[in-house]
Design a protein around this ligand. Structure first.
Ligand SMILES: *Cc1c(COP(=O)(O)O)cnc(C)c1O
Ligand code: SF4
Length: 343
């Protein structure tokens, strides 16, 4: 029997894919039990964190899930995972050029929670929350409250009305913090928009709480009519443990990409990045972007000067096949795409 071609196909979740080791609600428990107290973090890591600020301004306090803490080195205040989440006193310093919204996202809002900067793709701020508070976050000052996606998903109106939109990007906050039911409804609504042919999810949950990648989650994403791309957000090879590997295997039925931010004292080193890129490939994900940090207030201590970044990238390129080298990019407000600094 010949079956008519009915649009792009994807491999359905394979049995291996569906068999998650985690109970459906394990991730919610991890979310609830995240470490939010610096004294507790000091105790868990057996390290003196005198440089930390227990009450950073801007409502962006310490928040780090325990599965992520477990991958940090004990006794090392400079651990690259710890540095990504530890609020430092110096975040409060005013630094010239560092502002709340350097990417001018407010000007690119086309509906509540819908940001359209680039031709053919609209980004939905699907959730206002994150499982982890990354100190370098470029949306740490985003006014999430005015952009909630309730049952009517106001962001979708802008996409339905614009046939030039071919791709919907779920971002946040972290879109995988939505409940399965809410995410399922969102995916169904997007599936019903005929002119949309790609669905992309940007998430850090497979990194910080890999238990989120349950069989039910894989089924929800696989139910999309569109081809699904999952963009992971690993910054360092030490972030990948056996649970992350399993989460990525569970996601193996989708196109897997990774974006990193180049961060001083975390991954500003060609060997660190090479290890990350090779481990990602072993797990089925291709490096996509390496972002230069944005000039967001409170994040100046992560800056890597562009000349140094290009040099690190050049050394990375000299060690890897072309398909494992992420593009070094910077976001420039008003530009037609992310500005490629080096490929
Ligand atoms: C980064 C970004 C995208 C995606 O850009 P790609 O180059 O397609 O990865 C889309 N919309 C917004 C608002 C973005 O910031
Ligand atoms: S997960 Fe992403 S959006 Fe959330 S705090 Fe980290 S960088 Fe920001």
């Amino acid at each position: 029997m010949i079956t008519a071609y009915s649009g792009p196909t994807k491999r359905a979740a394979e049995p291996d894919c569906a068999a998650g080791p985690w109970p459906a609600h394990a991730w919610r428990l991890e979310l609830k039990q995240a470490v939010t107290d610096i004294d507790e973090l000091q105790g868990l890591l057996n390290v003196d964190l005198a440089c930390a600020n227990a009450a950073p301004s801007g409502c962006f306090p310490l928040r780090v899930p325990r599965p992520y803490v477990q991958r940090m080195r004990r006794g090392d205040p400079n651990d690259p995972l710890l540095r990504q989440v530890l609020p430092l006193a110096r975040e409060a310093d005013a630094v010239a050029g560092y502002v709340a919204d350097p990417l001018e996202e407010a000007a690119a809002l086309v509906a509540p929670g819908a940001i359209q900067k680039y031709a053919g793709r609209t980004l939905i701020v699907a959730s206002g929350a994150c499982a982890v508070h990354c100190r370098y976050c470029f949306r740490r000052h985003f006014p999430y409250d005015g952009h909630r996606q309730g049952a009517d998903f106001p962001a979708l109106a802008a996409i339905r009305d614009d046939p030039s939109i071919r791709e919907v990007i779920l971002s946040g906050g972290d879109p995988l913090l939505l409940t399965d039911a809410h995410l399922g409804r969102l995916v169904a609504r997007i599936s019903a928009i005929e002119h949309v042919s790609r669905l992309r999810i940007h998430t850090r949950l497979p990194v910080v709480i890999p238990q989120r990648v349950t069989a039910a989650l894989v089924d929800i994403l696989a139910s999309a009519r569109q081809r699904v791309v999952v963009v992971l957000h690993f910054n360092h090879g030490n972030e990948i443990d056996a649970d992350c590997a399993r989460a990525l295997r569970n996601l193996g039925c989708f196109t897997l990409l990774n974006q990193s931010v180049l961060l001083r004292g975390v991954n500003d080193d060609a060997d660190v990045l090479r290890t990350l890129c090779e481990r990602l490939f072993d797990l089925g994900a291709l490096p996509y972007y390496l972002h230069l940090p944005d000039a967001v207030a409170g994040t100046a201590h992560f800056d890597v000067p562009e000349r140094r970044a290009i040099d690190i990238h050049r050394r990375l390129t000299a060690q890897l096949p072309g398909y494992l080298v992420p593009k070094l990019v910077r976001e420039t407000p008003g530009a037609a795409a992310k500005a490629v600094v080096a490929t």
